[in-house]
Design a protein around this ligand. Structure first.
Ligand code: ZN
Length: 407
C-alpha cells in the first residue's frame, strides 16, 4: 500500500526572521504564497458568514478554511469536485485548508461512537449515521481539493482522564499513518495534529509518534477546548518546541486577539477560529482598547468610530451610534459590518505582528498592545459588573454559541 502513496508536496517553508521563538515565515501552495504568522478565517460551509468575495479581496486572507464534515453533509464532496473543488465552487482562488472532521468527534461527542476504523456520529441535520475515519476523511478532502489538508485525529474535551488522553494520542498516531497511506494526490500538503491535552508527557508522546512520518506541517490540536487561558499557554510552551523548526506550525481553534499574539510569541505560524465572525454577528467588536459590546447603552449617542485606528469600511464610514442602531433593530448589514470589522482587526493584529518580527521589535509591541487591550477589557468589566442586562446577554450569547458550534 505504502508503495502507491504519492510523495508529499514541498511547501518550501522558509523562516525570514525570528524574535525569540516568534517567527515571520512564508511557504508556497499551488494557489499562492502564504505569509505567516497568518490567521485563517473559517468558512464552515464554504462561505465566510456575511462576507462576499469582493469584501474578502479587501481582507486578503492568506488561507481560507472550510469544514469537511459540513460540506460532506451539504452539498456533498462529489458536487464540489464536479464544480472544480473549493476554488472553482466558491470562486475564491487563494489557498484553502480543510479540517478533517475530527473536531466533530469532540464537538458532537454526545452523538459519537469511536472505533478503530473511525467514528460514527449522528448528523446534526437529520440524525442519520455519518461515518468518518482516516480513509474517508482523506477521500473527502481530496474531492474538496484544498491546498492544505488535515489528518483525522481524536480530540477530547478538557478536562479528560489521563487514560482517555493516552488512548486518543495513540489512536491519533495510528489514524495519521492511515491518512498518509490513503492519499492519492501529490499536490495537497497533509498536516498531522499533536494531541495530549495539557499533559507534557502525552504531548511529547504524540509528537514522537507523528514526527517520523515527516509530514509537511504540524498542528497543535486539543487546546482551547475548555482548559482556560493559562493552561493553554503552558501546554503551548512545552508543545511548540517539540515541532520541527523548518515546517509550519498551526494552533487550531484559537482566535482571540491576545491568544493569537501569545501563540505567535511561542512560535506558532497559523491560526483559525470562528470568533471574529461569531462575535461580529453578536455585536462584540474588538478594538485596540478591548472589546466593544456595541449594544450597550453608552454607545447610543456616540458619534465616534468603533476604532479610530482601524482602516476598515465600518470604522471609516459609520459611528458607534449607527452601528448600535443596526444591531438593536436586527438589520442584516449589522452581521456583515460586525464580521468585516472583527476580521479586519484580527488580520491587522497578525500582519502587524509579522512586521514587528521582521523589524526585531515584536516583544516591545506585544507588551504595549497587550497592556492597552487588557486595560480596555478591565474598564468594561468594572463599568458593567452591576449591569442587570449583562447576565441575560451572556445567556443569549451562550445559547447562540451552542447553536453555532456546528455551523
Ligand atoms: Zn474597523
Amino acid at each position: 500500500m505504502a508503495a502507491r502513496t504519492p510523495p508529499h508536496p514541498d511547501l518550501r517553508f522558509s523562516v525570514e526572521a525570528e524574535c525569540g521563538a516568534a517567527r515571520a515565515a512564508c511557504f508556497e501552495t499551488p494557489h499562492g504564497t502564504v505569509r505567516t504568522p497568518a490567521f485563517m478565517p473559517v468558512a464552515t460551509k464554504a462561505s465566510l458568514k456575511g462576507i462576499t468575495n469582493r469584501q474578502l479581496e479587501t481582507l486578503a486572507p492568506e488561507v481560507m478554511l472550510a469544514n469537511t464534515y459540513h460540506l460532506h453533509l451539504r452539498p456533498g464532496e462529489a458536487l464540489i469536485r464536479a464544480q472544480g473543488g473549493l476554488h472553482g465552487f466558491t470562486g475564491w482562488k487563494g489557498p484553502w485548508i480543510t479540517d478533517s472532521g475530527g473536531y466533530q468527534v469532540f464537538s458532537l461527542s454526545a452523538r459519537t461512537q469511536v472505533r478503530e476504523d473511525g467514528v460514527t456520529l449522528r448528523s446534526h441535520l437529520d440524525g442519520s449515521a455519518v461515518h468518518l475515519g482516516p480513509q474517508r476523511a482523506i477521500e473527502i478532502q481530496e474531492a474538496l481539493g484544498a491546498d492544505l489538508i488535515m489528518a483525522f485525529d481524536h480530540c477530547l474535551a478538557l478536562p479528560a482522564s489521563r487514560e482517555d488522553l493516552l488512548a486518543a494520542v495513540d489512536r491519533t498516531t495510528r489514524w495519521t499513518r492511515a491518512c498518509v497511506e490513503a492519499r492519492t494526490r501529490d499536490d495537497q500538503a497533509l498536516f498531522g495534529i499533536v494531541q495530549g491535552g495539557t499533559d507534557p508527557e502525552l504531548r511529547r508522546r504524540s509528537a514522537e509518534g507523528l514526527l517520523p512520518l515527516d509530514l509537511p506541517g504540524y498542528a497543535v490540536g486539543g487546546l482551547a477546548v475548555g482548559e482556560g487561558g493559562d493552561l493553554m499557554r503552558a501546554a503551548l510552551r512545552h508543545t511548540t518546541p517539540l515541532l520541527p523548526r523548518a515546517k509550519p506550525r498551526y494552533l487550531m481553534g484559537v482566535g482571540k486577539p491576545l491568544d493569537l499574539i501569545d501563540g505567535i510569541h511561542e512560535g506558532i505560524d497559523l491560526f483559525d477560529c470562528v470568533l471574529p465572525t461569531r462575535n461580529g454577528r453578536r455585536g462584540w467588536l474588538w478594538t485596540r482598547d478591548g472589546t466593544v459590546r456595541i449594544g450597550a447603552r453608552q454607545h447610543a449617542q456616540d458619534d465616534a468610530p468603533l476604532d479610530a485606528e482601524c482602516t476598515c469600511e465600518v470604522c471609516t464610514t459609520h459611528s458607534r451610534a449607527y452601528l448600535r442602531h443596526l444591531f438593536k433593530t436586527g438589520e442584516h448589514t449589522a452581521v456583515t459590518l460586525g464580521s468585516l470589522h472583527n476580521l479586519t482587526f484580527l488580520f491587522d493584529v497578525v500582519r502587524t505582528a509579522r512586521a514587528q518580527i521582521l523589524a526585531g521589535t515584536f516583544e516591545t509591541w506585544r507588551a504595549s498592545f497587550t497592556e492597552r487591550f487588557e486595560r480596555g477589557e478591565a474598564r468594561w468589566q468594572a463599568e458593567h459588573a452591576a449591569d442587570p442586562d449583562a447576565a441575560e446577554r451572556s445567556r443569549a450569547a451562550d445559547a447562540e454559541r451552542r447553536r453555532d458550534e456546528n455551523g
